[in-house]
Design a binder for this molecule. Structure first.
Ligand code: NAD
Ligand code: TYD
Length: 339
């Protein structure tokens, strides 16, 4: 079994590669990644010498390059993590989101059609459903919730989802889609809420909370997401969408306070800054389908997952300090200086 993992030098893709190599030691994993600002080869250092692993630097939009790789590897399964993934960047510059997230997905599916495939799995997001009101805790996203996007990022992911379903209906491509809630854990790029707050707190820098910090996200430990995708690949039904989430809703401000407490930092570091444009209020997944059909349940509770994550960032300062010392500084100044 050969699995092509795109975007495997990023946060979730890398964790998925570690999961698959340890759970399926007889599988061959080929990782394709463009190594954008978010891709980091050092993340994959521990598997580079594994004979069942190959890394290829490639853009999913590069049709000739992708076809050549399919010719060489003939993957049985493709799992597409490759994407521009940060909402704030999509507000600054939507174009690359449309190129990679939509057109790149199309190139991959065209290759799947041309060379034959057992499964194309699209890693999508709960953000395609838009947001829920803060005063209706009884409402959750199900797979039937209409697509209703807010940001250029979520619009690009939703467009890709529609294209994936169209390739299934029109060409019979064997596809599945998963829509997961916010992930946290090791190797997340420090532009996202949890690692950004950990890194800033450790450096005694202000902790920039958007608006009043009342927006709610439904947090899932990354390993639980990887296990869910593994199950969908092996037992999921073709043409189906599976929501993934563990009923762990938290307000942003409460997450930041937990991080302060765990690191022994004073809450006076918290700074309320101008809100994100179009800021989604609340995400909340109903995972009943993946639970009843595939038996999936999250294993890591937030209380232990966040402590594990903080410990990882403490033990792996080199990994994230190398990132925030480079072009990230320009990004940070641009996004936060006048906020
Ligand atoms: P990430 O930004 O950490 O990693 C993305 C990876 O894709 C990077 O390694 C990058 O180099 C690579 N990439 C970008 N453009 C590429 C291109 N054109 N060709 C090849 N590689 C390219 O993202 P992540 O947080 O690991 O998210 C992975 C996937 O999961 C994305 O599709 C995202 O939409 C989805 N998702 C993320 C979350 C979350 O909370 N992070 C939640 C649900 C779904
Ligand atoms: P983020 O990690 O960017 O994920 P997403 O927007 O895809 O959910 O942000 C999570 C939440 O944290 C979101 O409501 C925006 C908020 N946030 C801040 O308050 N400050 C920050 O510096 C960042 C990056 C995010």
């Amino acid at each position: 079994m050969t699995i092509l993992v795109t975007g495997g030098a990023g946060f979730i893709g890398a964790n998925f590669i570690f999961h698959m190599l340890s759970q399926h030691p007889d599988y061959r994993i080929v990782c394709l990644d463009k190594l954008t600002y978010a891709g980091n080869l050092s993340t994959l250092a521990s598997v580079m010498d594994n004979p069942n692993f190959r890394f290829v630097k490639l853009d999913i939009c590069d049709r000739a390059g992708v076809y050549h790789l399919f010719e060489e590897e003939h993957p049985d399964i493709v799992v597409n993590f490759a994407a521009e993934s940060h909402v704030d960047r999509s507000i600054e510059n939507p174009e690359v989101f449309l190129q990679t997230n939509i057109l790149g997905t199309q190139v991959l599916m065209d290759a799947c059609r041309k060379f034959g495939i057992r499964r194309f799995h699209q890693v999508s997001t709960d953000e395609v459903y838009g947001d829920l009101p803060l005063d209706r805790p009884d409402l959750f996203f199900t797979e039937q919730t209409p697509i209703h996007t807010s940001s250029p990022y979520s619009a690009s992911k939703a467009s890709a989802d529609l294209l994936v379903l169209a390739y299934h209906r029109t060409f019979g491509l064997p596809v599945t889609i998963s829509r997961c809630s916010n992930n946290y854990g090791p190797y997340q790029f420090p532009e996202k809420l949890i690692p950004l707050m950990i890194a800033n707190a450790l450096n005694d820098k202000p902790l920039p909370v958007y608006g009043k910090g009342e927006n709610v996200r439904d947090w899932l430990y990354v390993e639980d997401h990887c296990r869910a995708i593994d199950l969908i690949l092996h037992k999921g039904r073709e043409g189906e969408v599976y929501n993934i989430g563990g009923h762990n809703e938290m307000r942003n401000i409460d997450i930041v306070k937990i991080i302060c407490k765990a690191l022994g930092k004073h809450e006076s570091l918290i700074t309320f800054v101008t809100d994100r444009k179009g800021h989604d209020r609340r995400y909340a997944i109903d995972p009943a389908k993946i639970h009843s059909e595939l038996g999936w349940l999250p294993e890591t509770k937030f209380e232990s997952g966040i402590q594990k994550t903080i410990a990882w960032y403490l033990d792996n300062r080199q990994w994230w300090e190398a990132i925030i010392s480079g072009e990230y500084q320009d990004y940070y100044r641009k996004m936060y200086a006048k906020r």
